[in-house]
Design a protein around this ligand. Structure first.
Ligand SMILES: *Cc1c(COP(=O)(O)O)cnc(C)c1O
Ligand SMILES: [Zn+2]
Length: 400
């Protein structure tokens, strides 16, 4: 097993850190990114080698941070389907519309990718116990992967988080606490736990490795399009790790010469009820401001201030992308439309992308022939309450 990992680097001040030691944030307070020796990778690795590898995200192990095969904690994550949405394409006039469907990954959301790589690297670094604030899905994924790894998980999530994610944490034996507040409040509590007990801090972007798992979505999309990047990728943005990861993947592929110069335009989609990144983008800013009283059915993107906001905005600006907000009513309408037209019952976060792409088409920002990928982050089954059931109940002797 070979990884071309070389070190950790601060994207703000360019300080360099060792990737063989536990490192969380830069001394300047910014998150750290994993760097690889891509010049060596370019020479010593070829994409032809992938054809014989298993269909999990570990097929890209050369540009993943785990060095020892024995440290890999896997539930079979990765290589999720890239579905052509033919009927929706006809209905919407977007003829090359695709759904990258993370709803069929272990734990039901793409958070499995970050957890698989993050927990594996934590294991490699000798971590025995971590703390993590979450809106639900990351906590459930990390709790389950931690169980498999034999690592103790301390999870704090808002009381209002989706019910099933609490169950997943509880059943896996994690130490789960609920907080009367938002993920930002959970973060403060975990921060105090980290200081008091010396836990590994697995908060979003406070450990450098989960982004490496999430970047594999970008690698897979590119491989699934036979190394020709699509024109546009829409992503439901909360903490933003997924979109930062996809952008990072694209830059690494370009540096290795696996793709050409052109990158897809990356679109950060948020709910109008909590849209700090969209507001920042509209104002041309490089970071966002705390969004007060955020509220949306798409709980995974209910993040009032993303720690990596400047990296999300950089990904959007550098790819000539955009940021757009959609109303909850349109999210729910889109969720029903995708299920009824395409047979995919996706999460509200993912459904927000259809609402967004329709707006972008109206604005002329996307054109009918462009290849557009909606990155659905999770399965609808996790949020049964987003659909109201209104059907008759029959007596055994009833006629239809
Ligand atoms: C966490 C989450 C998101 C947001 O992901 P980020 O990469 O942190 O922006 C979107 N959708 C679902 C279902 C999530 O669980
Ligand atoms: Zn720094």
């Amino acid at each position: 097993m070979k990884s071309f990992i070389s070190h950790l680097e601060c994207p703000k001040c360019n300080s360099v850190y060792d990737s063989d030691q536990i490192n969380q944030l830069c001394v300047c307070g910014a998150p750290l990114l994993v760097r690889y020796d891509l010049r060596k990778a370019r020479v010593q690795w070829s994409r032809n080698e992938l054809s014989t590898r298993g269909k999990t995200l570990w097929r890209y192990r050369e540009i993943l941070p785990v060095c020892g095969e024995e440290n890999i904690v896997s539930l079979g994550e990765g290589m999720t389907p890239l579905l052509r949405l033919e009927r929706l394409g006809t209905e919407t006039g977007l003829r090359n519309l695709y759904l990258k469907d993370e709803g069929v990954i272990p734990t039901g959301t793409f958070k499995a990718r970050g957890a698989a790589v993050g927990v594996s690297k934590a294991k490699e670094l000798g971590v025995k116990e971590f703390g993590m604030p979450t809106n639900g899905n990351a906590g459930s994924a990390w709790a389950l992967y931690a169980a498999k790894a034999g690592i103790k998980a301390n999870i704090v999530m808002p009381k209002g988080a989706p019910f099933i994610t609490k169950i997943e944490c509880a059943v896996s034996g994690a130490n789960l606490r609920l907080v009367n507040g938002l993920i930002s409040d959970a973060g403060k509590i975990v921060g105090r736990g980290v200081a008091k007990y010396g836990w590994y801090d697995a908060s979003t972007l406070k450990e450098p490795y989960r982004i490496e798992g999430k970047k594999t979505m970008g690698l897979e999309i590119t491989e699934q399009f036979d190394w020709k990047v699509p024109d546009v990728i829409l992503y439901p943005t909360g903490g933003g790790v997924g979109i930062i990861g996809i952008y990072k993947a694209l830059l690494e592929l370009r540096e290795m010469g696996w793709i050409g110069e052109k990158l897809p335009r990356l679109v950060a989609v948020q709910s109008a009820g909590c849209a700090p990144i969209v507001r920042a983008w509209q104002e041309g800013r490089v970071d966002s401001e705390f969004w007060t009283d955020g509220k949306t059915v798409a709980f995974g993107i209910l993040v009032p201030k993303a720690f990596g906001d400047f990296l999300v905005l950089e990904a959007v600006y550098k790819t000539n992308g955009c940021a757009i907000a959609v109303e909850d009513a349109d999210i729910l309408k889109s969720q029903a439309q995708i299920a009824a037209s395409e047979g995919a019952f996706i999460c509200p976060e993912g459904a927000a992308l259809l609402a967004a792409v329709l707006k972008l088409k109206e604005q002329g920002w996307v054109s009918p022939e462009e290849r557009i990928v909606l990155l659905n982050t999770g399965c609808g089954v996790k949020y049964p309450d987003t659909v109201t059931l209104d059907v008759p109940t029959l007596e055994p002797e009833s006629e239809l």
